[in-house]
Ligand binder design. Structure first.
Ligand code: ADP
Ligand code: MG
Length: 451
């Protein structure tokens, strides 16, 4: 079949998908609004009520490329929990040994003490495997949840996101919770020298080989970014005007952008539905339009509505398609990976969802819905990046990026470049680079620059 013409081939679906459109003017408006929110997060008098918190990370040095040594890292806040042993041997030679552990749903929603005991147990068994339990190695803790840092190795938990909800952690110093759990075991000697967000790790990891890196971006399970701000603008730092270090990495906690309603003008009824069924309603508004945890579910809602109206997969139905969170974000990548005019993967995925069809018009419509949702995600991410580049007033920088959506979606990178060019209009050059293992390598680098 020829490439579909959505307006002609499935006009009702086309109309419905229009709700996800973000015009160029709207993108510019979003950049403006985000700039305002970021300034509120940075300034001392507005920070308490700011939605985009812009937490200072206490990381003021980017890597020089000369960092060496052996470090431990923990990565909590992604799909898997990981323990890593990172050895920085030379600028190009970095050894990483790592092990992943599954955090059960019971742990994710249970008491915080159980979670930290589990983390300490994994750390202990990892260290014993490598015979380093007595080495007192420096450890960088990548903790990818909103955290108010009060020092490089002290951070107060603000709120859970991404499906976690453990009692007894909010308002506490997470480093202490981990240290206590380690002490309770008594079989392990490590020094927790830094706590960081995955965005900061991603920036550092990219900056190790790319001295021009100024932004760390995550488009994975969640979405967030950090950037290099002038210390003189980071009012939340005690002595920010007199600090002898010119820069400070700021963890924007961008996922919350829109929680005060400033993104309502681009949100759809489907966003509302997904928000309502989430574990954290009314929070992480931007994240819910962008990240992997939610994109598949948005597509599923649109599909179900069209099916209910008899406009898609007519005469077919299944239990699976009505099951919340069942439609994976990875399906979107698969469906959009089919070459133009081919719907092989689309048909396979619908078959897995219990809907067996080869009606090309329907599969083309499904792909159009996927494109609609992923394009909106990429447009919003472009707004974020253009905003940060303009905020830094840099003419040329690199962006280190991690996360399954960026890595695996077949067109995400190109969509970012296209829309960032639209917004920046040649005012700045940029390079988007996949950042390798920010949560591990980046954590080690932060440990290295901060000891
Ligand atoms: P995190 O560290 O936040 O878990 P990852 O970088 O490991 O994130 O990315 C995992 C997330 O990426 C998954 O939760 C899923 O939403 C998304 N993802 C996984 N595979 C794909 C894919 N093929 N295409 C798009 N998104 C994907
Ligand atoms: Mg991760």
């Amino acid at each position: 079949m020829m490439a579909a013409n959505p307006q002609r081939d499935f006009p009702e679906a086309y109309e419905l998908c229009k709700k996800f459109d973000i015009s160029d003017a709207n993108m510019e408006e979003i950049v403006q609004r985000l700039t305002k929110e970021i300034k509120m997060g940075l300034a001392k008098d507005t920070h308490p009520r700011a939605v985009v918190k812009c937490f200072i990370t206490y990381v003021q040095d980017l890597p020089t490329g000369k960092e060496r040594g052996k470090y431990l890292a923990l990565d909590l806040g992604g799909t898997n929990f990981r323990v890593l042993l990172v050895t920085l041997r030379s600028e190009t030679e970095i050894d990483i040994e790592s092990k992943s552990y599954v955090i059960s749903k019971t742990l994710m929603e249970g008491p915080g003490k159980d979670l930290f005991d589990f983390i300490a147990e994994c750390l202990s068994s990892f260290c014993k495997d490598y015979h380093i339990e007595k080495e007192n190695l420096p450890l960088g803790f990548t903790f990818s949840f909103p955290l108010k840092q009060v020092g490089i190795n002290k951070g107060i938990m603000i709120t859970w996101t991404k499906g976690f909800k453990c009692d007894g952690v909010i308002g506490k110093n997470v480093v202490e919770l981990l240290q206590d759990a380690i002490n309770r075991r008594g079989d392990l000697k490590v020094r927790i020298v830094a706590i960081l967000n995955d965005t900061t790790g991603t920036l550092m990891s990219c900056a190790f080989g790319n001295r021009n890196c100024r932004i760390g971006l995550i488009v994975g399970t969640g979405s967030n970014a950090c950037y290099v701000e002038k210390t003189s603008n980071t009012e939340m730092l005690e002595g920010y005007q007199t600090s002898n270090k010119p820069n400070m990495i700021v963890n924007c906690e961008l996922g919350a952008f829109g929680d005060n309603g400033v993104l309502d003008f681009i949100r759809t009824p489907y966003d509302n539905a997904v928000d309502k069924q989430s574990i954290n309603p009314k929070r992480q508004t931007l994240e819910k339009c962008i990240s992997g945890m939610y994109l598949g579910e948005l597509v599923r809602h649109v599909v179900v509505e069209l099916m209910g109206k008899g406009l898609l997969f007519k005469g077919l139905d299944s239990q699976a398609i009505h099951e919340k969170w069942r439609f994976q974000t990875s399906y979107i990548s698969d469906i959009e990976s089919d070459p133009e005019g081919s719907y092989r993967q689309a048909a396979m995925i619908m078959d897995q969802m219990g809907i067996r069809t080869h009606v090309e018009k329907d599969l083309a419509c499904l792909r159009y819905i996927c494109q609609t949702v992923s394009t909106r995600s990429a447009k919003l991410t472009s707004c974020v990046l253009a905003c940060l580049i303009q905020k830094m007033n840099t003419k040329d920088c690199s962006v280190g990026i991690d996360g399954g959506v960026y890595r695996y979606h077949p067109h995400y990178h190109n969509l970012l470049v296209e829309n960032m060019n639209k917004l920046l209009k040649g005012s700045a050059k940029f390079e988007l680079i996949v950042s390798e293992d920010g949560s591990g390598r980046g954590a080690a680098l932060i440990a290295a620059v901060s000891v």
